[in-house]
Design a protein. Sequence first.
Length: 448
Amino acid sequence: MTDISAGTQTALTRIVSERQTKGRVPGVVGAVARAGKLAWSQGLGSADLGSPGVPPTADSQFLIASQSKTLTAVAIMALRDEGKLSLDDTVEKLIPESKHEGITVRQMLSHASGMQREPVGDVWDLMKFPDREELVSGWNEAERVGKPHHRVHYSNLVFSMLGEIVARIDGRPWYDAIKARILDPLEMRRTTVGMDGGPAATGYYVPPYSDVPVQEKLLDLGALNACGGLASTAQDLAKWAMFVADPVDEVLSKDTVDEMCQVQLMADMERWQLAFGLGFMLMRLGDRVFVGHDGGMPGHITSTFVHRPSGTAGIALFNSTSSPAPSALATDLVIKVLEDDPLPADPWMPGDAVPAELEGVLGTWFSEGRPFIFSVKSGILEAAGLGAPAHLKPAVFARISEDTYRTVSGREAGELLRITRDTTGTPTKLHWATYLCTRQPLAFGEHL
């Protein structure tokens, strides 16, 4: 059962129908995941024109293409967390045959290396893709077309090399590594290299001047699988999206996924609406940021994007090369749900007690001429600027020793908070990130 209201479901179906009709897409699946599960899906059109009018479903496989990059990136970050590589490691350290020097893993994950987009050999003309040995030898022949970090230059070649790094460091083929590390723990049973033989959408190209689709051929990407070789379903992608929204340590820690969602390089320099993190595309629409990735293969155009603060994701799967923008459908579905049918807020729950050492700290303190409210929630010390915007989360502190705390999130994360007390034990001043906090507003140096 879905918790999305009937009215909102009707509106979501209308959005999917409009994209299918105007985009002239043989078949489409739109889906929304939230609260840890697939909440709604709708298939329209035809999964295969041999059976017209039978739509694809949440269980139909589509080629998800470059969405595969996000799984490759998670595998890389897991190896980093295990101490097996560093984001500052260079390709030649991890793949000694590499003749390109100084290209780091971080640059590769964020499309900041400046390496050319595709493997050598006109692979998308000849439809012949390299094996692992050919990938590395071709890498050495490839051109570095831009300066590192100068601008985003999207590269399937680079992400294929990241797949080679996963295979070498993890000691097993790339797909075996992500299956063990990601797919099996998340129970993504129908996320495979190419189609698995189950229910699937057939890929087509719809020409611009006729309404007669041409069936596209399935391709074997060889060593490019790490950048675009996976097929999946809306059911499986909902599980993936819910992991991105709320990570599980068995796959990757929340802190590391948060790190992956930090902007590394802006792709859209005009409007600042698209950036790249570490393996993820970061799309800004209004006041919301969505995390995910598009995918495009002959006959299949797809997208999964997550609004992490609300734990809501949209999934768009089209079986046409000439489909409309999949990210627009995925994010439009999320926005419709967030605006028309949001989940209720978690109920407020009272705490048990205020830690004795914090009783004198609570209340208003002034720093740099500004008031900050120090409070306790569930026994944890927090601080927020008076009148701060609602979207800014409070600073949260963890006690590390008597009268010394570490800011673990929010404003000044990582910095220390030190409490100074008088002879009666009453706090008289705080130092937060070395800045003085006093009970009364003071100019700089006025206390001296």
